[in-house]
Write a protein that binds this ligand. Structure first.
Ligand code: GDP
Ligand code: MG
Length: 437
């Protein structure tokens, strides 16, 4: 899937100090393949990768940010832009606002109708009316009534009628009579694109003149979602898209493809069966989701703000010459502290957030480390290798720690230096990476 491919692509970049023509070209090839697989058409994928490449080249990579992370940030911004960039709210400027819901069977229309009514009632202070326009499935009317009951919203039904246009118009009249200012018309779908369904809903459109036509599509259906979107848009010229079932493993690639094919804003995403499981569509967040990078982007942003580039360049030089010492180490600790709360920071790393939810990470954890380093003489800080046993005893006493803690810190520092050294030597890094799975 897309995630695996991106992981592979980033592996190419791992451990390299800067973004060069070669590594970016390789990575963009992978990403283009991944996007094509995710149903993005060739033109969009190509334009996207060309753009990202141009922006990535010549960027200086900070020591705190890997090339992969920086590239992710650039891609994230680009992707968000492709998906519209901005949040597009549902149009409620008319009174009553008429919102027509369209889509195939099982896409989640009825569920979304309920969610939308709930959202408009609780978040926008509206008085919505739900209209049960699925004349083929009595169960769909029951379903809408149950949902309406759960959220405390009125529903208009006419079980005797088989005429969706008539029911919709009756519903609108009912809303006007009762002072309800939004009418949400749920409609009947079909299992696949079907002429009868399209005629029906087109007629409902013509006679109710909705100010919003929201096309609901199951995000898990891949290429089909794009084809369906195109067929509905050709016929209905809808005003927005609702992507449902994004609570599963779906990465949301459909969002990009649909947007690129029909060029209509995605307005909402469904993230579960419950009435509350509805989110406004944020292009930025969907971009991170497509890239599967959690909140790495905000982590990178914060890091970029805080790290002084010049300092970072110096440090890189030192690491390359294996001259990284305790002064640099304490400098790094201070940088990390400047970036804010450790737990928040670690929580932004994908996969880590949940794991550390209940663990107490103490921002004071660095205190003994700093105390130990400060108890070293300047000579010792610059020459970590001279710190033998007798010096360690003195440092432990001076810092109010014990010899075991001092030993542990020096051991960790040595290990860290070894790893840094390996990654600053391209040949060694390559060798290490070949050993990776
Ligand atoms: P309709 O035929 O288009 O009206 O689709 P329904 O609203 O009846 O939904 C079909 C099924 O999908 C139902 O079992 C819903 O509970 C489920 N469903 C709808 N939206 C979501 C969603 O965002 N997430 C999940 N997990 N299930 C959903
Ligand atoms: Mg339905």
């Amino acid at each position: 899937n897309l995630q695996d491919k991106l992981d592979r692509a980033f592996k190419v970049l791992k451990g390299q100090g800067s973004i060069t023509e070669i590594n970016v070209a390789e990575t963009m090839k992978e990403i283009r393949k991944a996007l094509l697989d995710a149903d993005v058409n060739y033109k969009t994928a190509k334009a996207f990768t060309d753009d990202v490449k141009e922006k990535a080249l010549g960027q200086n990579v900070l020591t705190s940010v890997s090339p992969g992370q920086l590239l992710t940030k650039i891609m994230n911004d680009e992707l968000a832009g492709l998906m519209g960039g901005e949040v597009v709210e549902v149009n409620l400027s008319v009174n009553p606002s008429i919102i027509l819901i369209a889509g195939l069977n099982g896409a989640g229309k009825t569920t979304f109708s309920g969610k939308l009514a709930n959202y408009l009632k609780t978040r926008k202070g509206k008085k919505p009316l739900l209209v049960a326009g699925d004349v083929y499935r009595p169960a769909a009317i029951d379903q809408l009534e149950v949902l309406a009951g759960q959220i405390g919203v009125s529903v208009y039904t006419n079980r005797a009628s088989k005429d969706p246009v008539g029911i919709a118009l009756e519903g609108i009249a009912e809303a006007k009579k009762n002072g309800q200012n939004v009418v949400i018309i749920d409609t009947a779908g079909r299992l696949a694109i079907d002429e009868e369904m399209m005629n029906e809903i087109a007629q409902v459109k013509t006679s109710t003149k909705p100010n919003e036509i929201l096309f609901v599509v199951d995000a898990m259906t891949g290429q089909d979602a794009v084809n369906t979107a195109k067929a509905f848009n050709d016929r209905l010229d809808f005003t927005g898209v609702v992507l449902t079932k994004l609570d599963g493993d779906t990465r949301g690639g459909a969002a990009l493809s649909i947007k690129s094919v029909v060029n209509k804003p995605i307005k909402f995403i469904g993230t579960g069966e419950k009435m509350e499981a509805l989110d406004v569509f944020y292009p930025e967040r969907m971009a991170s989701r497509i890239l599967g990078m959690g909140d790495v982007v905000s982590l990178v942003e914060r890091a970029q703000q805080q790290f002084d580039e010049k300092e970072a360049a110096e440090l890189q030089k030192k690491i390359r010459k294996n001259k990284f010492d305790f002064n640099d180490f304490i400098g790094q600790i201070q940088q990390i502290k400047k970036m804010g709360n450790m737990k928040d920071l670690m929580g932004m790393i994908p996969g880590v957030g949940k794991a550390i939810k209940d663990i107490d990470i103490d921002d004071n954890a660095f205190k003994p480390i700093e105390a130990i380093i400060r108890s070293m003489t300047p000579y010792e800080r610059e020459n970590p290798d001279v710190i033998a046993q007798s010096r360690r005893v003195r440092i432990a006493k001076g810092s109010g720690t014990d010899i075991a803690e001092v030993n542990k810190l020096i051991k960790q520092f040595d290990d860290m230096r070894k790893v840094m050294k390996q990654f600053s030597n391209p040949a060694a890094a390559a060798k290490m990476m070949r050993g990776m799975p």
